[in-house]
Design a protein around this ligand. Structure first.
Ligand code: FNR
Length: 194
């Protein structure tokens, strides 16, 4: 199963980037064919319909194609003010915007419809960014994704990783594995062929 993993932070020492990295390693152990991307590698401006009218940015198209090609995704989101960051919203808004000039991409939800998505979060706080997940869920449903009910929020993330970025705590590992397993299981059954 092809699994796309990304974090909703571009910060150098981001906990969510580290969680995405650890999740990718665990998913590979589970036999998934993992594509781990960094949103920092995509040159995506703040959404503006005037800008879009001059042409959808090439990196938006690159991300659309990547998302389309992967039946299963895991998103590791930070929590900003009890919700998810603008980076995540902006990225998903671009991805779901129809490309009127390209007959292959006039369907705005082509890249997202039917994808099985697992959500993880990490925060230095005790709740681990759990509240960001409750806001991200309706956005993903609007994009026609299947949302895996299994989730995990990594609290006290400053103490959660070793120097090599591995999760220190067995409880965290088991919970991340449970999300991976459910996403892979559900994607086999629910996600459309690409
Ligand atoms: C935060 N942070 C934060 N943390 C949290 O648990 N709940 C919250 O509501 C917020 N709110 C918030 C707002 C803003 C504007 C910022 C910049 C930060 C702290 C946040 O969890 C922390 O900076 C994480 O380290 C961000 O994730 P990454 O970049 O480490 O992945």
């Amino acid at each position: 199963m092809k699994l796309l993993i990304f974090a909703g932070s571009t910060r150098q020492l981001s906990f969510n980037r580290r969680l995405a990295h650890a999740t990718a390693a665990l998913a590979r152990e589970r036999g998934a064919e993992v594509t781990h991307i960094e949103l920092a590698d995509f040159d995506i401006p703040m959404y503006n319909a005037d800008l879009e009218a001059r042409g959808t940015p090439p990196d938006v198209m690159r991300l659309k194609r990547l998302m389309f090609e992967h039946p299963a995704w895991i998103i590791c989101t930070p929590e900003y003010n009890a919700s998810y960051p603008a980076l995540v919203k902006n990225t998903l808004d671009w991805v779901s915007s129809p490309v009127k000039s390209d007959p292959d991409w006039t369907d705005g939800f082509k890249a997202t419809r039917g994808k099985v998505v697992g959500v993880l979060s990490a925060s230095p706080g005790a709740l681990g960014g759990l509240r960001s997940q409750s806001h991200l869920a309706p956005l993903l449903l609007n994009l026609m994704c299947w949302l895996a009910p299994q989730n995990f929020a990594l609290g006290r993330a400053g103490d959660a990783f070793d120097a090599d970025g591995r999760l220190l705590n067995d409880f965290a590992v088991k919970n991340v594995q449970a999300v991976i397993d459910q996403v892979l299981w559900a994607a086999e059954r629910l996600a459309p062929a690409t």
